[in-house]
Design a protein around this ligand. Structure first.
Ligand SMILES: [Zn+2]
Length: 101
């Protein structure tokens, strides 16, 4: 039971949260990005956000993995089916967003 009286210089908290607001935008555009539908400056800014945001990067990885799993388990998956999956994931992201922040 030893409480640290001084909470001074411990923990290497290196917060680098300049653009918090971009998370929402990034999540909204994530499925377009995975779909390769996101072009130009939108894609660039999304990528630069991903490079700095572990949370969004994790979502992207999950999204990619999920799509990959479906692709493997359903070799004859049509484009429409793939789109369905992405729409579903988008809804999940939106729901998580509402619950989260
Ligand atoms: Zn983010």
């Amino acid at each position: 039971m030893k409480n640290q009286g001084k909470a001074g210089m411990n923990g290497g908290g290196h917060h680098h949260h300049g653009k918090k607001g971009n998370c929402k935008k990034t999540l909204t555009q994530m499925s377009e990005y995975v779909d390769d539908d996101l072009k130009g400056p939108g894609r660039k800014s999304l990528e630069s956000h991903l490079a700095n945001c572990k949370a969004c990067m994790a979502v992207l990885n999950t999204l990619k993995k999920t799509i990959e799993i479906f692709r493997v388990s359903t070799p004859r998956m049509t484009k429409a089916m793939a789109k369905d999956i992405r729409v579903g994931i988008k809804h999940e992201i939106a729901a998580a967003e509402r619950k989260g922040k």
